[in-house]
Write a protein that binds this ligand. Structure first.
Ligand code: FAD
Length: 349
């Protein structure tokens, strides 16, 4: 259970006397707050604003979300010639603002969903309250932590085979990981690439037996067990990888493999920590939503996009669930208003 009451500024405090945040006195009350500015958040904004819900959207540190870190997006409907990720997200924002979404730069650093209205703390500076909240904070792919991996992101290094696999038609690629997702990515890539190396750190895979079988039986996939990536080679684009076989063992071997694309499939970390005390997540931190909806375990709090989607993780699916969340929030707010009206009427009797 989280303890809420007053909150010290700690190191953010600039005055000599410590400021305190009074969570019982929010400086602003809002009908609907959307947390996150990726495809899910902005789409929720478009729908909620058009439904007259006066949504306020907090962008977080990565304004525009994950797509601002990529170059060309070719699989979002409506852009037959492809579109630069940052350009597409600017257009999402423009559309959300056009209908009245109040887009504000700021991060939700704490919440209290145990009281009504809900309490949200922005940048540890401002306390607001809201009748309904849509969480659209996305998920971040896990990387190995190599310098070359960051340098070559978007230049041959990718964490999404569905997004970038098409660029490796008839080329040679490597996939890192040994779980079901890694197997799915390897199989997807094998449908496009000439050859797929699958790099598995352990002497076995974590994936389900059926996925292992599919991968091991595929003529284009070569699984390299007990193999770790030491470096990604290439100056401007990926040209190969340096790997180590059986690191630290007497028969350790370091060698290079020429490849064109390097795909990470070692998991995603959903940005759900800030909500966790109140909102149910699965064992990997993805927010649990109720069957075919964006409803969470807390009535009035909805989750959309990658933060609740361990499987599809695409811009179009994130946007679709953002629209669902806005529709569901609209219905919830209508019911809330009706309830409040009835309560007032009863008080007057
Ligand atoms: C390199 C790359 C290329 C990709 N290419 C494609 C592609 O070609 N096609 C495709 O369909 N998909 C692609 N994807 C996947 C796609 O980007 C995601 O599926 C999509 O962005 C998910 O949208 P989202 O709105 O759920 O979250 P995100 O886009 O991750 O946005 C999350 C938002 O939440 C904000 N946020 C996080 N925490 C907080 C907080 N505490 N308070 C306030 N805000 C917060 C962040 O600042 C961000 O704005 C790609 C992903 C990557 C990384």
């Amino acid at each position: 259970m989280v303890e809420f009451g007053t909150l010290n500024f700690g190191s953010l405090d600039t005055s000599s006397q410590k400021k305190e945040l009074d969570l019982n006195n929010p400086s602003e009350h809002l009908k609907l707050v959307i947390v996150g500015s990726g495809p899910a958040g902005y789409t929720a904004g478009i729908y909620a604003a058009r439904a007259n819900l006066n949504p306020v959207l907090y962008t977080g540190m990565e304004m525009g979300g994950q797509l601002t870190t990529t170059t060309i997006v070719e699989n979002y409907p409506g852009y037959p010639d492809g579109v630069e990720g940052p350009v597409m997200m600017e257009e999402f924002k423009r559309q959300a603002e056009k209908f009245g979404t109040d887009v504000r730069f700021g991060e939700v650093t704490r919440v209290d969903f145990g009281r009504r209205p809900f309490i949200l703390v922005i940048d540890e500076e401002k306390v607001i309250s809201a009748d309904a909240v849509i969480i659209a904070t996305g998920a971040s792919a896990k990387y190995l932590g190599l310098e070359s991996e960051q340098r070559l992101r978007g230049a041959g290094v990718s964490a999404c085979a569905t997004c970038d696999g098409f660029f490796y038609k008839d080329k040679v690629v490597a996939v890192v990981g040994g779980g079901d997702t890694a197997c799915e990515e390897a199989l997807y890539l094998a449908g496009l690439a000439k050859k797929v190396y699958m790099l598995v750190r352990k002497p076995y895979m974590r994936a389900s037996k059926i996925m292992q079988r599919r991968v091991l039986d595929h003529p284009k996939i070569e699984v390299l067990f007990e193999t770790e990536t030491l470096d990604i080679l290439g100056d401007k684009k990926v040209e190969g990888i340096k790997v180590v076989y059986r690191r630290g063992k007497p028969d350790e071997k370091v060698y290079e493999i020429p490849i064109d694309g390097f795909f990470l499939a070692i998991g995603h970390k959903p940005n759900s920590d800030v909500f966790k005390p109140w909102i149910e997540t699965d064992e990997n931190g993805f927010i649990k939503t109720k069957c075919k909806s964006t409803k969470t375990n807390v009535e009035g709090v909805f989750a959309a996009g990658d933060v609740q989607d361990p499987f599809y993780r695409q811009a179009v699916t994130a946007a679709a669930s953002g629209a669902m969340a806005a529709k569901e929030a609209e219905l919830y707010l209508q019911e809330l208003e009706e309830k409040e009206r009835e309560e007032k009427q009863l008080e007057q009797i």
